[in-house]
Design a protein around this ligand. Structure first.
Ligand code: F6P
Length: 343
C-alpha cells in the first residue's frame, strides 16, 4: 500500500511523533511506503511531496516540536476549487490512502474529500483540545505544562511586588488550556470563552484577597473569553484571510479594569505561541505515537472516512462526521469545579 500524510493548520507538539508512528508501522508491519505532502493542503494541491522512510531522521523526530512536513492554512473556497487537482495528484502518485493530521478545520476539509471519494483516515491534533469525539488531542498536555510553568513563575514575582498578574493563554473558542493550567497553577480566577465573565466578580475576588492580607492575585484568561454582554467595552477584533477571528487582548482589558477599580498594580503576560512550540511532553509523545500507529493500521484495514480517537485507555475509530460535528467545549460541571477554588 502507498500512504500519504500531511500536517495542516496551526502546528502542535507531537506532530512528528505521529508521522514517525505512521512511517514505522507502514514500513515495518506492512511493508508499505509513505510519502509526506509539504505545507498542508497547499502541498497536496501543488504536489510538493517527499518520500518518508523508517530511517535515522524519522527515528529522531519523536522529541522534536513543530512538523518536519511544514504546515499551512488554506481558505476553504480555494481548497474546494482544487478538488480535481488533488485527485489527479493522488492518482498520479499512486496513493491508496491519505492521513491528514489536523484540527477541526483540517478534519472538515478531510471530511469533504472523503465525501468526494478520497480514502481518508484522519488524526486529530490541536493544543486547544477542542476536537469532538476524543478525550484528548496531543499537544494539549504540552501547552498546559508550558502555561502552568509560566503561572508558577508568576506567583513569586507577583507576591514580591504585591501585584495582580494576568496570564493570557490560547483558546480561541474553548477554554481547556486555561481551565487546566489555571487549576494546576493555582490561579485565583480563570475566564474561558464558554462562560462570559463578570468583571465585578473578578474584582471582588481580588479585593477580598488583599483584604484578607494576601499580597497578590493571578488571573488566567483564555484569549477568546468575553465579558457578560454590556458590562465591559472591548474591541471585537477582525477576521483574518482564513475566516479566523483575530484577538485584541482580553487579558489587557481585564488588567486595565482591575487596576482602575482596585488601584492595584497589574501586569499582563501573553503566552502566545510559546505554548505551541518546543518538545512534546511524555504524555503527548505517547498519545501521538499511538495515533500514528493506529492510523497506519486503519489504512490497511480500509477504515476510510474515520478518525483515530482516545476513549479512556483505548484508541478507537470514530467517523469524520463525529469529529467535526461540533467543538468539544468545557462543560459547566468542569467550570463549576474550577470555580470552587477561585479566590
Ligand atoms: O492551534 C490553535 C490555536 O492555538 C488557537 O488557540 C490560536 O488562536 C491560534 O491557534 C493561533 O494560531 P496562528 O497564530 O497560527 O493563526
Amino acid at each position: 500500500m502507498r500512504i500519504a500524510t500531511l500536517t495542516s493548520g496551526g502546528d502542535c507538539p507531537g506532530l512528528n511523533a505521529v508521522i514517525r508512528g505512521i512511517v514505522r508501522t507502514a514500513n515495518v508491519e506492512f511493508g508499505s511506503t509513505v510519502v509526506g505532502y509539504q505545507d498542508g493542503w497547499a502541498g497536496l494541491m501543488e504536489d510538493k511531496r517527499v518520500q518518508l522512510y523508517d530511517d535515522e531522521t524519522i527515528d529522531r523526530i519523536l522529541l522534536r516540536g513543530g512538523t518536519i512536513l511544514g504546515t499551512g492554512r488554506l481558505h476553504p473556497d480555494k481548497f474546494k476549487a482544487g478538488l480535481d487537482q488533488i485527485k489527479r495528484n493522488l492518482e498520479a502518485a499512486e496513493i491508496d490512502a491519505l492521513i491528514p493530521i489536523g484540527g477541526e478545520g483540517t478534519l472538515k476539509g478531510a471530511k469533504w474529500l472523503a465525501d468526494n471519494g478520497v480514502p481518508i483516515v484522519g488524526v486529530p491534533k490541536t493544543i486547544d483540545n477542542d476536537v469532538n469525539g476524543t478525550d484528548y488531542t496531543f499537544g494539549f498536555d504540552t501547552a498546559v505544562a508550558v502555561a502552568t510553568d509560566a503561572i508558577d513563575r508568576l506567583h513569586t514575582t507577583a507576591e514580591s511586588h504585591n501585584r495582580v498578574m494576568i496570564v493570557e493563554v490560547m483558546g480561541r473558542h474553548v477554554g481547556w488550556i486555561a481551565l487546566h493550567a489555571g487549576m494546576a497553577g493555582g490561579a485565583h480566577y480563570t475566564v474561558i470563552p464558554e462562560f462570559p465573565f463578570d468583571i465585578n466578580e473578578i474584582c471582588k475576588k481580588m479585593e477580598r484577597r488583599f483584604q484578607m492580607g494576601e499580597k497578590y492575585g493571578i488571573i488566567v484568561v483564555a484569549e477568546g473569553a468575553e465579558p457578560k454582554e454590556g458590562t465591559l467595552q472591548f474591541s471585537e477584533g477582525e477576521e483574518d484571510q482564513f475566516g479566523h477571528r483575530t484577538f485584541t487582548g482580553m487579558g489587557q482589558v481585564i488588567a486595565d479594569e482591575v487596576h482602575k477599580r482596585l488601584g492595584q498594580d497589574v501586569r499582563t503576560t501573553v503566552l502566545g505561541h510559546i505554548q505551541r512550540g518546543g518538545t512534546p511532553t511524555a504524555f503527548d509523545r505517547v498519545l501521538a505515537t499511538r495515533y500514528g500507529v493506529r492510523a497506519a493500521r486503519a489504512c490497511h484495514e480500509e477504515q476510510f472516512g474515520k478518525v483515530v480517537a482516545l476513549h479512556g485507555e483505548r484508541i478507537e475509530m470514530i467517523t469524520l462526521q463525529e469529529a467535526v460535528g461540533e467543538l468539544k467545549r468545557v462543560p459547566e460541571r468542569r467550570y463549576n469545579t474550577a470555580q470552587a477554588v477561585f479566590g
